[in-house]
Write a new protein. Structure first.
Lengths: 384, 384
């Protein structure tokens, strides 16, 4: 069967992970969850499908177009297949864990499905791993989330990580303070997102200089914070900038080697965020490895809570990792089950011949083993 | 919010796994996959959704009623959400891994969804973990699958395991040899499944004694095999019984403590199986922990291959395991991030205060920590 025919067995954007990629992905997920556990984050596991209205409540609404729907014959209601897990974890925090002590630290790992892929991420199914810190407004919470995400990735062997920090509420807060109308604010935001200085000048009128200052502030974190400090910002806006600065200082203290950039006006993809946000990249790797930031849980019934968190996209994360090592595996000739059991106890992967073999060395090679059990000893096939 | 209101947030048969159950399930899945890796099984990961016709081909057809369907706007074709992973792994073996050396050892772990639950398993989503051994007809293959499944469960701490072995093709082979017509065979099979000796006599006519002998053979493995040996079976049928006996002997040699029973005529749930099958139970635990057995891959295009394998149902498996231990967790007072990092390096789960606390002991207790960092030392909260 040709590769093309093989591919046609699955819908576009969906794939089988084969050895060793499937093991690498699962191993990376578990090591990340373990790393988050070391910060006190407990794992939760929401279901793959939920009532559509619960799944798309609040921040989930942004993914409405990307969510597969199912008719549930049991409840006679529409269900959605999750396209993201953040809303689900927020739902758990504000319902079943509403009485758990705050701040609440939760983490998760699981598969999500999307109706269509994007140019940067054609995959329609991928694994998400993330964490949410619910019930704290402290800058220490923002910094903890970011440091934990980056440390988790570094622990997997990812190199060349950079983090871009943004402040999505900044433009809206400034426009409101300057009494710029909603329609103009919207267009201003778009102009800032595409770094169109001329349009920003045209739209901002008298305040053009201030918005140009924000636009020019983007860059390496220290210089960006200096540039922001030089601007004469209204008090409420200055408070947001002070928070950003505090978070940057905490992250720099914990991870002095990390490359941090700041783009204070970037807004795309952070429509529901309400404070410092961040995106993680790895040099030379297509797509973002993860993103996160501050938001407010949109509780059905319960009080809304301040929260921060992040999601890592495992397809991108795997592209940033070194290739997995070929596992060592010993071929154990037929009818030596007892020896195989002993080798497994000793930590070996031991594959037993199911039929008598004439040439154990050839059989071990044929089965992609690296070692052979010969005369009671494990011997590397290389030397035979 | 009341427990009932919480439950109503999710459709019947779907649930959130909370701490510590979510971590326990994921940990058990990974330890099983690791145990299978020690036998030389490599992990694969098929997608959650596939073209309906691929998912329901061959053995998959049995789950057609239990499979959620989705319309795919990209391919304009119907997709199914997997209700089982065995067919998917067989598809991978016969397509993308068609040129990998045989026997091919694959394992997997993932979530499946079913349209309705059953009385024994009301859950509509559960995790499956399993393994498939493709391309071998040897009894050693059947035994390897069974031994590996049981050893994996024992390794998790499951106790009181029993395995019931069946031989689903036996009745059909016997009926064919005795020239019993198809309709009568069908009714005979149902009568045997419900252990209805009178109906068996009525349907089997002259051969009533033989079928009664099969019915009475059920019981502890050694006695059942003796009873079967005493029957005067046609040669082809005897070969099936010889295979069963060989498998039992191999399993007994590997796991002498395991309780094995044999019911040669049991057929329910094994409609697509073609040799020795088995079901794993744990004393006092509702539902089967897993099942497996011999089948033939139903390849789209490629040659069909002899195969054996098994699936474990993680909801039942978790019911058979001891409760997870409460994790040790140390509370690190505010602004001691460096000490927290050091404790994490040393293997601790270290939770840092996000705000200055007046009473670190009280704060550590409030956050369900077991230990507190005090004057540079980790101290158990019990003693404070």
């Amino acid at each position: 069967m040709t590769a093309t025919a093989d591919q046609a067995l699955l819908p576009a954007g969906l794939q089988d992970l084969l050895p060793p990629a499937a093991a690498q992905e699962a191993g990376a997920v578990e090591r990340l969850i373990e790393a988050f556990g070391a910060y006190g984050y407990d794992r939760v596991k929401p279901p793959l499908i939920e009532f559509e209205d619960a799944l798309l409540a609040g921040a989930g609404a942004a993914l409405g177009q990307q969510t597969f729907r199912l008719m549930d014959p049991v409840s006679q209601r529409m269900l959605g297949v999750r396209a993201d897990m953040t809303t689900q974890v927020a739902r758990i925090a504000t319902s079943r864990l509403s009485r758990a002590p705050r701040p609440l630290r939760l983490c998760y790992g699981g598969q999500v499905l999307r109706v269509t892929g994007t140019q940067l991420r054609p995959e329609r199914q991928f694994a998400q791993v993330g964490a949410e810190l619910i019930g704290s407004e402290s800058e220490h919470a923002d910094a903890e989330a970011l440091v934990m995400a980056v440390s988790g990735l570094t622990g997997l062997g990812a190199e060349g990580l950079t983090v871009d920090l943004n402040l999505p509420p900044l433009v809206a807060a400034l426009a409101e303070r300057l009494q710029i109308d909603g329609d103009t604010t919207q267009r201003l935001r778009q102009a800032l997102d595409r770094k169109d200085a001329a349009a920003v000048d045209r739209l901002a009128g008298d305040q053009g200089t201030l918005f140009q200052g924000l636009l020019r502030a983007a860059g390496p974190a220290d210089r960006a914070l200096q540039n922001l400090a030089a601007l004469d910002l209204p008090e409420r806006v200055q408070r947001e900038v002070d928070r950003l600065q505090h978070v940057v200082r905490l992250v720099q203290a914990a991870l002095p080697e990390l490359t941090l950039t700041v783009d204070p006006v970037e807004h795309r993809g952070f429509e529901y965020h309400q404070g410092v946000t961040f995106t993680i990249y790895a040099r030379g790797v297509r797509g973002e490895l993860g993103r996160g930031g501050r938001y407010t849980t949109d509780a059905a019934g319960g009080p809304a809570e301040p929260a921060t968190g992040f999601t890592l996209f495992m397809d991108s994360v795997l592209r940033a990792l070194p290739d997995p090592e070929t596992p060592r595996r010993v071929y154990v000739p037929h009818a030596h089950a007892v020896e195989a059991a002993r080798l497994r106890q000793a930590g070996w992967s031991a594959l037993v011949g199911l039929l008598p073999e004439d040439d154990p060395v050839a059989e071990a090679r044929r089965l992609d083993c690296t070692h052979l059990l010969m005369q009671g000893d494990v011997q590397p096939l290389d030397g035979l």
